[in-house]
Each structure stands twice: as C-alpha cells, then as structure tokens.
Design a binder for this molecule. Structure first.
Ligand code: ZN
Length: 270
C-alpha cells in the first residue's frame, strides 16, 4: 500500500513532466473507484493548466488554473507517465493526457480517487480532518505527548490514525517503532515525554530514509513497462518474521494487532 514516501516520490516523479502543461483530455475507463469518478470530472478538468503539484497526506493535488484535481492512489494505485497510444491494461482505469503524454492510473483494488474542486482543496471534506504532516513543523514531541495523553489505544494504532498524523501505514509504523525502541503494543497514554521525543525523531528518520531510497527510482516513472513506481528498500522489522534482528541478532516476532501484522524485536523494543 502506498504510504507517504511512495506518494511523495510519485509527486516528485511526475511534477517535472506535468508542470505548466495543459490537460488536453481525460479518459475514464472505469469510474468505480473508492468514490465514483463524477460524471462531469473530465469536462471540468480538461483544458486546465497545471501550476503546481503538491501533496497533503496521501492526496496528490494538481493545482490548476481555476481549481484543483485531487487524486488518491488508494491501496494499490500507481501513476506512470506513458504514451497515451499504449493499450491500457486491465487495471488502467484513468488517463490524464497532457499534450501527447499521459499520466495513467493503474489501480487493481480500485480504492483510488479522482475528483475536481473549484474550492480550497485543503477545506474539502476529504482533507479537512487530516492530522499533521509527519515531516512538518507541527509534528513535535510536545504534540505527540499531548495527543497521546487522551488516547486509549496502543501507540502503533495511534501512529496509523490519519486524523492524528497522516501518511504512516503499517510498514512505516513498524519501522519507526523499532527505531524508537518502543513495543507496538505499548499504550500511547503511557509514553513518557522522552519516548515521545525518540518516536518523533524515529518517524522522521524512517520517512526520510524511505524518501532517499525512492529518490533513486524517480526515473522509473517515465518507463512505460514498469509495473509500478514503487521502490525496494530494506527494512529493520517489516515482513522479517523469524529473521535475525539487524541490531541484536534476536528473532523478529510478529503478532496481529488491530487487523494488521506487527513486526518487532522483544530485545530492542519494550
Ligand atoms: Zn533486536
């Protein structure tokens, strides 16, 4: 599932190719995404020139003259730059065509989303309730400490709650908690101020390391044959059940926690 680094790398990958370009056509092959692509979406967004491509949480915002095209990659979506004449695959549900180049959304599980708004996109109902950006100034130890005081969940679930902090899914929650030495089941409300500080630092380091890993894959966005724009990284704990911990050599454990698999080292995380 794309998390914040994957969406940010997507943004950086596509921005140079669409900046200043006009959306000359939109092809919707299957409108049945997480929200049905509105009937008038293509008509309203076609002919607009892209001024900026920004990101809020996992939403990509194509800021255009007269409005914003909001896109979400859902659980399995990816965007690629492609010659629009290349025949679409089964899961290629939508093309934004820019003067001879297309941005093609491939989304096998169809949890993605594409809408047009004339209003301030940050006040759109989908975005208005989002939590703070984990790489932004508001995600501080004070913020995390204050927020965890009134929480009744484990810290991992809190980290993955987009109303608190955006863009951290199962992979980066596991990785951040390992880096911070905090067990995923630890109660959020019991975290000391010092541990909040460690966790904020760990989240930032984890995301920045992922962005650095993704930076080397930016060129993949212009290849029409790649299955997705996602990059490979090596993880400390994620998906490494039974393998030796990279810090202490002990076996990485796994457990189901709130429907998701948690991976952790009992020596390194308490
Ligand atoms: Zn360990």
């Amino acid at each position: 599932m794309p998390e914040l680094p994957e969406v940010e790398i997507t943004r950086r990958g596509i921005e140079p190719f669409v900046l200043g370009k006009t959306i000359t056509a939109i092809v919707v092959r299957n409108p049945n995404l997480r929200q049905r692509v509105p009937r008038d979406f293509a008509r309203r967004a076609t002919g607009r020139r892209v001024k900026r491509v920004t990101r809020r949480g996992k939403y990509l915002l194509f800021e255009c003259d007269g409005g914003t095209l909001i896109m979400h990659l859902g659980m399995s979506g990816s965007l690629r730059l492609i010659d629009p004449k290349v025949p679409p695959g089964k899961h290629d549900h939508l093309d934004l065509v820019f003067e001879g180049q297309a941005l093609r959304l491939r989304d096998p599980r169809r949890f993605g989303l594409a809408i047009w708004t004339k209003k301030d996109p940050l006040k759109h109902p989908l975005l208005a309730a989002l939590g703070v950006e984990p790489l932004g100034e508001q995600f501080t130890p004070e913020f995390l400490h204050r927020t965890t005081r009134r929480s009744e969940t484990g810290i991992k679930q809190l980290l993955m709650n987009a109303k608190v902090v955006v863009g951290i899914g199962n992979i980066y929650a596991n990785e951040s908690l390992f880096r911070a030495g905090i067990h995923p089941r630890a109660l959020a409300s019991r975290l000391t101020r010092a541990r909040c500080e460690r966790l904020v630092r760990a989240v930032r380091e984890t995301l920045l390391a992922a962005l650095a890993a993704g930076g080397s894959s930016l060129r993949d966005f212009v290849h029409s044959d790649g299955a997705s724009g996602y990059f490979q990284q090596s993880y400390y704990v994620y998906d490494r059940a039974g393998l030796p911990c990279r810090a202490c050599g002990g076996a990485i454990r796994t457990a189901r926690l709130g429907q998701r698999s948690s991976f952790y080292c009992t020596n390194c995380q308490s």
